[in-house]
Design a protein around this ligand. Sequence first.
Ligand SMILES: Nc1ncnc2c1ncn2[C@@H]1O[C@H](COP(=O)(O)OP(=O)(O)OP(=O)(O)O)[C@@H](O)[C@H]1O
Ligand SMILES: [Mg+2]
Length: 247
Amino acid sequence: MDVEKTKVIAFCGKGGAGKTSLCALTIKYLAQSKKRVLAIDADPAGGLSWALGLKPHKTLDDLRLSLHEAVGTKAVQSSDELYAMANYELLASLVEHAGFDFLSVGRPEAEGCFCSINAFLRHCIGKLTEHYEYVCIDGEAGLEQVNRRVLETVTHLIIVSDTSKRSIEIALNLFELARRRTKTMHCGVIINKMGDSSCQIDPLPVWGMLPVSRAIAVYDSEGRSLLELSDNEEYYTMFTAILKKYL
Ligand SMILES: Nc1ncnc2c1ncn2[C@@H]1O[C@H](COP(=O)(O)OP(=O)(O)OP(=O)(O)O)[C@@H](O)[C@H]1O
Ligand SMILES: [Mg+2]
C-alpha cells in the first residue's frame, strides 16, 4: 500500500478537553469497520493505553535505548543488522488487540547521541505505517510538542476543545499553527462537553459538537475501556456521524 493512502489522524487540544477519549472511540469505530488500524499513544502519560484497557510491554523509548546499547556494545555491527533489529523489535513492541495494533511512544525523542537512532526509528515507523489504512495518534496538549516531521505525515488533525474561552483560544492557535505548517492536511475542531453555555467559535472549522456524556464519565470513574462502550450510546453515535463525514 502507498504511504499516501494511509490516513494519519492526530488529536490535539487543551489539556483535559477529551483528546484521549475521542481517539479511543475513533479506534473503536475504525476497528469495528474492519479497517487496518495502528493506534499510537504519543502522550508520555500513557492515557490512551488506559482508555483502551491495554498494557504496553515495551515503549518506543525502551526500543530506542536497546538499539543505542546494541550500537554501543557493538552487538550490531552494520546498518543492515541495526535495521533488522529495529524492525524486529518494533514489531515485538506492538500490542495486538482485536481489530488494531497499539504502539506506545513513552518518553519523547531524546536528542544528542540518539539523533541517528531517532532518524532510523522514524524510517522504520514510516515503513510500518504503510501496512495500515489508518493510524490514530493521541498527542500531548500542544502542537509544539508534536514533532514537525510527524506533523508532516498527519492527514487529519482533530483539534478538541471544550467550551471555555481559554480552550477555544488554544484551538484557534493550534489551527493557525497547523495551517502555517501545511496546507494539505484536513483540519477540524470538535467542541466536546457542550453544556448549556454557548461559545464563540468563529472562524474555526467546526466539524461537530458533542455533549457532556454521563457514560464517558462513568467509564472513566470505573477505569473501564472505552472499547466496551455500547454502539448505541448516543454520544458514540453522534461522534461516529462526524467521523463518517470527515474521515
Ligand atoms: N463528553 C464528555 N463528557 C463527560 N466527561 C468527559 C467527556 N469527554 C471527556 N471526558 C472526561 O474528561 C476527562 C479528560 O478527558 P480526556 O482524558 O479524554 O482528555 P485529554 O484531552 O486527553 O486530557 P489530557 O490533556 O490530560 O491528555 C476524563 O476524565 C474524561 O473521562
Ligand atoms: Mg489525553
